[in-house]
Structures are given as C-alpha cells and as structure tokens.
Design a protein around this ligand. Sequence first.
Ligand code: HEM
Length: 407
Amino acid sequence: MAHFTKATSVHDWVNQRLGIDTLRRVLATEYWIPKNINFLWAMGMVLAVTFALLFISGLFLLMYYQPNTHLAFDSVNDIIMRQVPYGWLFRDTHAVAASLVFLIIYIHMFTGIYYGSYKNGREMIWISGMLLYVTFSAEAFSGYMLPWGQLSYWAGTVITDLFSLGSLHTAGLVEWIRGGYTPGQAFLSRFFALHVVLLPLAVIGLIGLHFGALRIPHVNNQDGEEIDFEAEAKKYKSGDKKGSKVIAFSNDFMSKDLFIVSIYLIFFFYLVIFHNGFALDPINFVPADPMHTPASVEPEWYFLWSYDILRGFSKNPGLIAFAFAQGIFFFLPFLDRSPNATPASKRGIFFIWFWLLVIDMTALTIMGKLPPEGGYRTTGIVFAYIFIGLWIVFPFITKLEKKVTGR
Ligand code: HEM
C-alpha cells in the first residue's frame, strides 16, 4: 500500500490520493509545444470550445424539446423559438455551432494533411480525428431529424434508404434501422437517444483519446523540424526560455490559444445574432408530411461533396464510390509512402496533389448544390472521377518523394 502522511493542506490531501500534481505536470506545465507553429494550430482548441457550445446549448434545448412526432415540431418552432425567454438564442447557437464545427473540422483536417501531421507516430491522432469526424457527421444527421420538419422526414427516408445496399435490397435492414416501414415515432425516439446520449458520449470519449494520442508524439510544427523535446524542455526548465524551441502548454501556449478562441467567439456570436439564417434549411420550417415530397432534398453544405459523388453514378457504383469517399481518409497515414512529415510546399508533387484535392472537393460541394441535370451532372461525374483518381495515384507519387530535411 502507498505511504500516506498527514496532509498539510486540502491540496496536499487530494494530491496524495489522486496525484493531481503529476497530472498537471504531464498534461499542462510540462507538456511541450513547439514555438514554430501558426494560428492554424489553435483550431483544435476552437473545435473543443465549439463542442462545449453545442453541449451547453443542447442541454437547454433538451429542457423544452418533446421527442414525439405530434409535438416535436411545435416544441421547437413555437415553444423554444417564441415562448421560452432566449430560447431562440440557444437554438441559433446550436444551429450555428453545428455548421461552423464542420468548417473548422475541415480546416483542422486539411492543416494536418498539408503539414503531414498524420504520420511518423501521429497515426493514432489522425485515426481518432477521423472517428470524431464520422461521429460528428452522425450527430449532425440525427440532430436534423429532431424538429420533425419536412427535411427531417425526407432526408431521414433518403439516407436510411442507403442501407438497402443498392440492388441487394438487404432483407429488413432499412426497416430495422427505422423501426418501421417509414420514419415514425420509433425512428424519432431512436435518433433522439443517439443524438442526446450515445453520440455525445462517444464524442467526449474520442476527444479524450485524441488529446491522449497527442501527448507522446507531440504536435508537429510548421517547418517539419524534428525537435528533440527532452533537450529543449531541459533548456526551458533551466531558465533559457528564449533559446528553447518549445513552450509549456500551460500557461504559455494556452494564452495564445485563448486569444484566437476569443476572436473566434466574437465572430461566432456575430453570426448567431445577425446572420443565423444560413444554419437552418427553410424546408425544415414546414412540418413533416409523409404524403408530400419536397421538390428538393439536399444535405447540409458539409455533406455536399460526398453526396455529389453518390449521385453521380447509378445505384450500386454510387454507393461504392460514396463508401470509398467516406472511408479513404482513414487510410491516409498508411497510403502516404513518403518519409516526410514536412509542409506540402517542401514536398514537390504532393503540394500539387494537395491543392487539387482541395479544389476538387470544393467543386464537388458546389456541384452538390446544383440540380443533377445536363452539364451539371457531367461536370459532377468528372470531379467524382478526379477525386477517386487522386487517391489512386497518391501512394505512387508519395513513394517517389525524396527525404527532405527540416529547416
Ligand atoms: C471535435 C473534434 C476535434 C477536436 C476537439 C480536436 C482537437 C485537437 C487539438 C486540441 C489538437 C492539438 C492542437 C492543434 O493542432 O490544433 C489537435 C491536433 C490534431 N488533430 Fe484534432 N481535433 C478534432 C478533430 C480532428 C479531426 C476530424 C481530424 C482529422 C482527421 C484531426 C486531426 C488532428 C491532427 C492530425 C492533429 C495533430 C496536429 C499536429 O501534430 O500538428 N482532429 N486536435
């Protein structure tokens, strides 16, 4: 048994039992962050703050929301939006955060790709990040079901239809997921349970894993420099803070992060109060009507690129291409055959590959918003093929890369 002494303070009493000083050292005061990083490295913290905003505003919404197909629509659009004081503020905060979280996730993901921060020991950071992306996607989809408007009903129908697995028409899977032949009370109840309990718990667990995965390899830096963290930390601790290439997570790095988070929050609440219209689809302000299909049912902007890949092809190839698009990012660390964890600007052809991918996915997002007819359809298919092609050539072009040194 461990040796306990008479505590000299409350802090000492807790510390002897929980080792909070060690925890603080490992996670904060002796958690070393390179100095040569830019504002893009604050996006992780911006994401964590956006998740906190989603969680808190969601908790308030939950106090008035009714998960019942007869009551859900009015509980959101009348009770929360009109009757509850500041109910609109919580709903618009939730909606704006749900949209912005994807914008920041894409920026964070592509920062990781640009700087090669997904390999050389950082694979688990990447994989846990991708799991977060998938869980957030499921969270956004299940959230859209809850107001029980036209979009909830019809997007719910279209997306769950994907589980018929094309022409296979897998026996009963779609009905099993829906809890009936068409979306109804069982459907709403299960998506409610997923949205408010299971998926948020999964996100919290995954954020813990993501942060934990960062601790051993440390974060990358903008020069791709291989830093000897132990030696640099020694310099820092001996008082040579200027000469050391690292700073402590707390308080040095945190104060920089908090500065960027504050600017983000000004922008965030500006959107919530003055420009919240972009975050909710007008179709969902009409109550769900199983007898009337809306003229167009399209997903939120952040799903448009993969949606356009899905609809570019006929049923079976479309589903395969969609599964490919969703899944391929998971394998990025293993498909990249180059030894370099350096910025794309130093990696020759990878730089071109990176920007082609960004342009292609942006183009797919735009095409996903346009009707799938004539020239739009053809252009969408071309971009879908380019997306698949870029991933097929990826292992080969990275294999050709030569080792580049840091600074
Ligand atoms: C709610 C979701 C997420 C949160 C809260 C989060 C948080 C963080 C934080 C705090 C960092 C360290 C500082 C920084 O680089 O920003 C980080 C690093 C990283 N994250 Fe995330 N992240 C999330 C989602 C993702 C996703 C979707 C991916 C991509 C698949 C991803 C991939 C990475 C990578 C590769 C790094 C290492 C960066 C480096 O070493 O330079 N993260 N994340």
